[in-house]
Design a protein. Structure first.
Length: 263
């Protein structure tokens, strides 16, 4: 037996050639505990846990518009492009976030669209003096590369505008090599850590900048896909409008967004 340090929602752990392998709760898919578990399998495990009433939800969990659902995952752990809840279906991106209106079961999702840019925006608690920007950048870059095993080249920005900290993660499918963790998984682990609901077995994230503990009032995650989402205006919630406004602002700021069309 062994302990899965990077995922507490597992069973049947065993050592294979020095590596701890465990079965993910809810799906039974074997996961390698030396790396991050995919977001899809984690969400499925969380749903399995919540059904049995074991776990209470943090009060401010999930900032995406639909929250937690019981996803369909491929055997590799990635989200299936089409997700359904009963007879209602929708298409998702590689982060498992809905990118179309909800339809009936006839909906076709031709491909799993890649989320190439994730913005994590955190608001720290009230304080008199601003944080040291360099210390802050160093902390988050080191934490993301060490704790979540993300290659530093995918961390394209850590911006501090008191009291907001914005972290940009960018990863095109062409850049991602087979061993690289996915930015969607990193963002999910990180969001859970910041909200005090860590996925790690027994290893809380303490955000300490220049020996001062930092607490956060709010964390929001925005997703930008390589193909624009397909929402009809009438169905948009304020949260989705905010995401689309962010995308439009990004484009207006001179960022070239390449859209490939499979027509």
């Amino acid at each position: 037996a062994c302990i899965c340090e990077k995922n507490k929602r597992v069973t049947n752990c065993r050592l294979v050639d020095g590596v701890c392998w465990c079965d993910s709760v809810g799906s039974g898919v074997s996961v390698n505990c030396d790396t991050l578990t995919s977001k899809c399998l984690l969400m499925k495990a969380e749903m399995a846990g919540s059904k049995s009433g074991r776990r209470e939800k943090p009060k401010d969990a999930f900032e995406d518009t639909d929250g937690l659902y019981d996803p369909e995952c491929e055997n590799t752990g990635v989200f299936k492009a089409k997700q359904c809840n009963g007879t209602t279906c929708w298409c998702v991106n590689t982060a498992g976030v809905r990118r179309t209106d909800k339809h009936d079961a006839d909906l076709r999702c031709n491909q799993l669209v890649r989320t190439t840019w994730i913005m994590i925006e955190m608001k720290h608690a009230e304080r008199n003096t601003p944080l040291n920007t360099e210390s802050l950048k160093k902390f988050f870059k080191e934490t993301i590369t060490n704790r979540y095993m993300l290659d530093g080249r995918y961390i394209t920005g850590v911006l501090y505008e008191k009291p907001y900290i914005t972290i940009d993660l960018k990863q095109n499918s062409s850049e991602k090599s087979p061993g690289d963790v996915d930015i969607a998984d990193v963002a999910y682990y990180f969001e859970k850590d910041v909200k005090g609901d860590s996925i790690f077995h027994n290893n809380r994230l303490n955000v300490s900048i220049d020996n001062e503990m930092l607490s956060f009032e709010k964390t929001v995650v925005y997703y930008v896909d390589e193909i624009a989402p397909e929402f009809s205006m009438k169905s948009l919630t304020p949260g989705l409008i905010a995401v689309i406004v962010v995308v439009i602002l990004a484009i207006a700021a001179g960022i070239v967004v390449l859209v490939s069309s499979n027509k």
